[in-house]
Design a protein around this ligand. Structure first.
Ligand code: R2B
Ligand code: URA
Length: 306
């Protein structure tokens, strides 16, 4: 199967995934190594052409469960029970009707590899008008743990809305604001969820869990508790409401591909009050379902399912 699916894919106004890479058109085929899927070996348009919603999250197990939950929520037939379509143990990929659920691992390098291949998959499959979400967990800033944060923008650890990569030895930045109409729509849908508080705010994306998030409980720490609290307070003053590790890459790459994207994370701890995540396991499991339920409600509402 040829890689060149036509120029229509390069026009963002037509709803297709827009990839800025002239080299793709010169390749006879494209192998998406970390998914073990390829244009020469798989009929990607037949397998994925009807995808309208893509939800990504950290763990393959959680994304498999999410796909099965969506399968139920959409009332899909038993014969279409989601199974793992990525034949590697790097990432999990599950499809439930028009919803694709994919894991990204922890941190931006892992997210970046997955997302490059996922965006190419959507491009090769000629998917159109796709909305993408990252759902996950985070540390909150001045929020009751269990609160859901809908991100207005992903920001870096200096609170700038840009994703910086070193490309050919040079720093290259891409903007990482998120689609505001999607933020409003998500907040509206969240308002229908009983017993769950949802807020909007910036999400700070760090390159690590410990020192990069100002924790005092890592293996290393050269700053004081006062330094930590001053930094987190500066983050809060800059509009940051939660901290995690993938949103910046996700927001920037989706934006660059002309794909509308949203980020929904539950907070597990209030970082202004502590560092360790010591909430009982069962409570954590219930909190982890909150972004899933919100996105299921969003998808049902978009599809006109009550
Ligand atoms: C949230 O939780 C993980 C770290 O525990 C990381 O993937 C993230 O963004
Ligand atoms: N994930 C993070 O990256 N940070 C937290 O504090 C909790 C979950």
């Amino acid at each position: 199967m040829s890689m060149d699916s036509g120029d229509q894919h390069c026009d963002t106004s037509n709803g297709y995934v827009h990839l800025h890479n002239p080299h793709l058109k010169t390749m006879a085929s494209d192998f998406l190594y970390h998914f073990n899927l390829g244009t020469a070996t798989h009929d990607l348009p037949a397998m994925f052409g009807d995808v309208k919603f893509v939800v990504v999250g950290g763990s393959p197990t959680r994304m498999g469960k999410f796909a099965r939950f969506i399968h139920q929520e959409l009332g899909l037939p038993d014969s279409e029970e989601p199974r793992d379509l990525a034949d590697t143990d790097r990432y999990g990929m599950f499809k439930a009707g028009p919803v694709l659920s994919v894991s990204h691992g922890m941190g931006m390098p892992s997210m970046s590899i997955m997302l490059n291949e996922l965006l190419k998959l959507l491009y090769h499959a000629r998917c159109s008008n796709v909305v993408m979400f990252r759902m996950g967990t985070s540390g909150g800033l001045g929020l009751e743990p269990g609160t859901v944060v809908i991100s207005k923008a992903a920001v870096d650890a200096c609170f700038r809305p840009r994703y910086t990569q070193i490309v050919l030895g040079k720093e290259t930045s891409r903007p990482s604001e998120l689609d505001q109409s999607l933020v409003d729509e998500l907040l509206h849908v969240a308002g229908q969820e009983d017993g769950v508080t949802a807020v909007t705010g910036n999400t700070m994306c760090a390159n690590g869990f410990y020192e990069e998030q100002g924790r005092l409980d890592g293996a290393f720490c050269d700053y004081t508790e006062d330094d930590k609290l001053q930094y987190l307070q500066r983050a809060r003053d800059a509009g940051v409401r939660n901290i995690e590790m993938e949103s910046l890459c996700f927001a920037a790459l989706c934006k660059n591909a002309g794909v509308k994207a949203g980020v929904v994370c539950v907070t597990l701890v209030d970082r202004l009050r502590g560092d360790q995540v010591t909430t009982p396991h069962d409570t954590l499991k219930e909190w982890e379902l909150r972004p899933q339920k919100l996105l299921a409600r969003f998808i049902r509402s978009r599809l006109g399912i009550k």
